[in-house]
Design a protein. Sequence first.
Length: 311
Amino acid sequence: MVKFKGNSYDFPHFLGCGILANSYFEGVMVKIESHVGQKGIKGMSNVKNIIAIASGKGGVGKSTTAVNIAVALAQQGACTGILDADIYGPSQPVMLGVQGSLDMKNKKDLIPIMRHGVQSMSIGYLIDEKAAMVWRGPMVSMALQQLVFDTQWDNLDYLVIDLPPGTGDIQLTLAQKIPVSGAVIVTTPQDLALLDARRACEMFRKVNVPILGVIENMSSHICSHCSHEESIFGVGGGQRFAKEYGIEFFGAIPLDIAIREQTDSGHPTVIAAPESQHAKRYHDIAQKIKAALALQPKDYSSKFPKIVVET
């Protein structure tokens, strides 16, 4: 049972994708459309919207945020997938609690692993967890494209891409080759993290990827003994950042040991503690991301037939 603004809905999100083609909002069924990303890149026929979760700096809790948002979207009725785009340091297999290797149809087609109602793909499913990926940029870029395009996604409404930190080869490949509907920036409140978040924001603007909004993670620390809340990283940094760039502030997530423990155990907060205040915040952010994405122009490119003229 998932509750939003006083209403309760039952979502059969463990039945697998393809069961629900629509999303629920305030008790109303809403048809999910494809939305335009970068110009000149054709949309995917089996993925309606790609949402990039990015940060300019590591250690801000981006992957934890990404997995909770993906599962929240699935719980809200959308057919959702998550792609771990961190080739050098994949973390989603642990966060999703996935063990074992990938089931492959053949050497090209990759079958996503279903976990918590979300289709998932990661380089971590293909290599030993202790293996070091000693690859140069072109190999990493090729690996990302294979994970996106060769995976047999089952009619996704949303594909959440958990990007590595920074503005390197993977981010550039994403912008040039993959139809991203919008990006979400994750930051912490302190000035150093916001400086790097600005770089990520500027990068997406240069490559014409729409920036949907910003999430402030670790906004305050909640003591596990007395529940006292203290803003150890500063106050209002994410809101000032959103105002500066004219984008939406999606919300703030506190630094709480429960979120870390739940995610490390393979059961993200929205699964492990669905009635908690933290889970409700993730659900609220997921709703705001959907609303921001809905304001983007619709994309019909993947619906056009391929016409071949023979002479």
